[in-house]
Every structure is written in structure tokens, then in C-alpha cells.
Ligand binder design. Structure first.
Ligand code: ATP
Length: 441
């Protein structure tokens, strides 16, 4: 199967999953907008993550902190000093690269004699320059020193600086976790691969506070739980997922041990989520920079300590791209394209179609919609042949097609057509809600 990212991009635009930002102005670099189907899919993925974290774990609670925070936070976290990417340019063609993507050991690479991968010219590459990825902005009306703030490059710091408040209001005992979903911003040097690497994106992060010494086991536990989520909840094929452990030259400035969950995208294996042992690096620095005691009092052991933190940090947009890539199926035998979303995250769960626009069938179809719509998204469609209506929904990833025909008026049954197999069964109208609900468990 010729499964390319270009085809997915094109389907996303046509069907209203993802649009390039500011399209009528020729687009805006590395920012994307989510259309009617895309926003439903994205919300469903985010809600599934939120449910998995907070509802399924008694010791994990939620938080929603601001995008703008005290600028000192980013000094303490190391982002002002260390959140850099090395940038190199080709002086001949102007192509721009992240140096670490061109060479494994950038300090010992002879840049002057390197060949530009784009134009092939040798000897025109600049030496790497460090480029900070944080977006700066101005707070208040005056552009004066002291008013600089940053758009957060990760949601994690909002959790760290609130951790004592959260612990105080919930009385949770270690180990406990705080989960947050929100926007993050990075001025990426090279944004590419559609929504994989963008300058504005959403993170779903859970920071797990443990006793020092119990951190290694907590990391093992969370690695497994996070991998299971992709298979069990998102329905992603397990053979397309793997772990990658960060070597010494890849480890972020805060990490003792780090693993990525990678998905085999149409453009190759790439990170979707990071699971990191951040130790007490962040809390220690926040203690130092804020002057506040951030230690946790462990009543059982009668001791105070800075907790170690295991972080699970997923990109919502990357996860969505993994879902899109995994679901995209060209059913050549039947000449159709199908998005095989797991029903749990499908934007629309069912389309309800009257076979014809008369004989009371539209009214009957609408009455079924009334029963289903309090529970999940459903759609009414009476335009075109029934086959065309089904194919339209195959591209949208709608798992169930329900057709109301003349027999429905006689005996109260409808056909249910299954998206992937195209098989059809007849059921009593009363059973439909339960059948769809069961597929969402
Ligand atoms: P990469 O190496 O791809 O730049 P990273 O290791 O810097 O990613 P983290 O800082 O660990 O990423 O961020 C956690 C998650 O946030 C990533 O696994 C990814 O899903 C998401 N993410 C990070 N940067 C971006 C981006 N520019 N666009 C979309 N998602 C991103």
C-alpha cells in the first residue's frame, strides 16, 4: 500500500481534520488549525488520556496552569540557559538545518567541509550557532526591561510550581501525580512533517511525585502503562510502537533516564511521548530561585525530602498524527479510503440515513437521532445514494452506518453497516444504542 504523508495531509484538508493556518494568506509556518472532524478527534484523544490518568488513578489529580508564568521559572528550569538547538545554514542556498540532525557529534564535525544535503555545495556551511527555542513576549504596555515573559515551552513547570498547593488542598500522600493538558510553544528551527513538529502544540503531561529511591521502579511502571494506552485505548497497532532509550548525548539537561515511545510514521520511527526520570532537578532549582522550601513531609517515615519526579509527556498533536497514520487505509478492492479509528475516539460514532427522502423515513431517522445524540456524536445524512453516503463516512472514520428503510416502518428494525468489513446486520431500533455503547468500552 502506498501510504504517504501527502495523502493523509490531503484527506485531512478535504474532510476537515486539519488545515494549514492562515490559508488565505498563503499559510503561516508550522501552525495548523483543526477542522470540524479534527477537533472532535483531538478532544476524544485528550479526554481518553485525561480519563486514563485522573479517573483510573485515585492518586492523580488535574491542573490547568497559565501559559504565561513568572520569567524566573524558566531560569530555574534551565530553559533560559539551556533550551537551545544548534543551527547551521548553507551560505550558498540558504537552507537551514538543526546541526544535531546532520551529525552525531557536532563538536567534532568539520562543518566547513560539509556538503549541503539540499544543494550539494561543499564548504559553504556555517558553524553551529545556539538558538533558544522559547518565544519571548512583553507583559504590560511598556517594552522595558523586566517586562519580558515567555510562552511556556512545556506544561511541566506549571505543575512543579503548584505542587505544594495541590498537595495541600488534596492531602495526597506520595506517590501521587498531577496531570495537565495545555498549549506549549517552541520556536522550532525546522518545522516539518505536517503536525509532527509545529511551533504551537499541545502537551498532555503527568508528573508523578515519588520517594527518592522508588523512582526507578516508578519509571518501569509508567513505561508499561503508557505503552498499553496506545494499544488498548487508541487502538494503535502494537508492531508500530517501540521504546527508544536516550543515550548520554541525547539526555535532556534535567533527566537521569529517558525513554521515548516511538511510532512508525510514514516518514519513519519518531517520538510521540517521552517518559523521563527528572529526579529532584526541577524542585531543587525552584527552591533555590524562589527561596521557598518545597520539601514534602512524609508523615509515615517522619522525614522531609524533595520528591523525585517521573514525567510522562505526550504531544497531543503527534498522538493524533499517529492515530491518523495508523487508521489510514486504502481499500483498493472496494475503491475507497477508510479511516479505521477505534470507535472510542472516532469523531462521529454513527451516520443515520433514510433510504429515501419520503414515506416517513426521514422522520423515523430523526427520531433515532434524538435517542442517540445525548450519548455521542451522530450525523443525519440523506444526500445521494446510500453507497456514496457510506463512503463519505468511511473517510471520516464513522464506525456505524444505520439505514432506515421501509421495513423499519413495518417491523421497527434497521440495518447497521460496519465501516471496516462493510457487513450489514438487521437489528431492532431499541438495540442500537446498546450496540454502539458496547463498542465504546
Ligand atoms: P523532539 O526531540 O522531537 O524535539 P523533545 O524530546 O524535545 O521532542 P519533549 O521535550 O520530551 O520533546 O516533549 C514531550 C512531547 O511533546 C514530545 O514527545 C512530543 O510529542 C511533543 N512535542 C515536543 N515538541 C513538539 C513540537 N515542536 N511539535 C509537536 N509536538 C511536540
Amino acid at each position: 500500500m502506498n501510504k504517504t504523508i501527502e495523502k493523509i495531509v490531503s484527506l485531512c484538508k478535504q474532510r476537515g481534520f486539519v488545515y494549514q493556518s492562515s490559508d488565505i494568506y498563503g499559510g503561516f509556518g508550522a501552525v495548523y488549525d483543526y477542522g470540524p472532524l479534527g477537533v472532535e478527534l483531538k478532544n476524544n484523544i485528550a479526554n481518553a488520556w485525561w480519563k486514563e490518568m485522573t479517573r483510573n488513578h485515585e492518586n492523580i489529580v488535574g491542573l490547568d496552569s497559565g501559559i504565561l508564568m513568572h520569567p524566573k521559572i524558566w531560569e530555574a528550569s534551565g530553559h533560559v540557559g539551556e533550551f537551545h538547538d544548534p543551527l547551521v545554514d548553507c551560505k550558498h542556498c540558504g537552507a537551514r538545518y538543526r546541526a544535531d540532525e546532520l551529525a552525531d557529534d557536532i563538536d567534532n564535525t568539520d562543518w566547513e567541509n560539509m556538503k549541503c544535503p539540499k544543494c550539494g555545495t561543499t564548504g559553504k556551511m556555517t558553524s553551529p550557532r545556539q538558538f533558544n527555542l522559547m518565544f519571548k513576549t512583553q507583559v504590560g504596555p511598556l517594552e522595558e526591561s523586566g517586562s519580558t515573559a515567555y510562552l511556556r515551552p512545556e506544561t511541566a513547570q506549571g505543575i512543579y510550581v503548584n505542587y505544594q498547593l495541590v498537595q495541600g488542598s488534596t492531602r495526597m500522600k506520595i506517590p501521587f501525580g498531577i496531570a495537565q493538558i495545555g498549549k506549549a510553544f517552541r520556536n522550532e528551527i525546522i518545522a516539518r512533517n505536517f503536525i509532527f513538529r509545529t511551533r504551537e502544540f499541545e502537551q498532555m503531561e503527568m508528573q508523578y511525585f515519588t520517594q527518592p529511591g522508588k523512582d526507578d521502579n516508578a519509571l518501569i511502571e509508567w513505561k508499561q502503562k503508557r505503552l498499553d494506552f496506545y494499544d488498548d485505548v487508541l487502538g494503535i497497532s502494537p508492531e508500530k510502537l517501540r521504546f527508544h532509550q536516550h543515550g548520554d548525548n541525547e539526555l535532556a539537561h534535567y533527566a537521569k533516564e529517558a525513554w521515548d515511545i516511538e511510532y512508525n510514521f510514514p516518514f519513519g520511527w519518531s517520538e510521540v511521548e517521552g517518559i523521563h526520570n527528572r529526579t529532584d532537578f526541577d524542585l531543587k532549582n525552584h527552591e533555590e530561585f524562589s527561596g521557598k522550601n518545597l520539601k514534602y513531609f512524609d508523615q509515615e517515615n517522619n522525614e522531609r525530602y524533595l520528591p523525585y519526579i517521573i514525567e510522562t509527556s505526550a504531544g497531543l498533536n503527534r498522538m493524533l498524527l499517529a492515530v491518523l497514520s495508523d487508521s489510514y487505509w486504502e481499500d483498493t478492492e472496494n475503491n475507497r479510503t477508510v479511516m479505521k479509528f477505534d470507535p472510542k475516539i472516532a469523531p462521529t460514532k454513527a451516520v443515520i440515513c433514510p433510504l429515501v427522502k419520503k414515506d416517513g423515513l426521514p422522520e423515523k431517522a430523526r427520531s433515532i437521532i434524538e435517542v442517540l445524540k445525548p450519548h455521542f456524536n451522530v450525523l443525519y445524512d440523506q444526500q445521494g445514494s446510500i453507497g456514496k453516503r457510506y463512503y463519505r463516512q468511511d473517510e471520516a472514520g464513522t464506525p456505524f452506518g444505520i439505514t432506515v428503510d421501509h421495513q423499519t416502518i413495518d417491523d421497527g428494525t434497521v440495518t447497521i453497516r460496519y465501516r471496516d468489513t462493510q457487513k450489514q446486520d438487521r437489528y431492532s431500533v431499541e438495540n442500537i444504542l446498546k450496540i454502539i455503547q458496547d463498542s465504546l468500552l
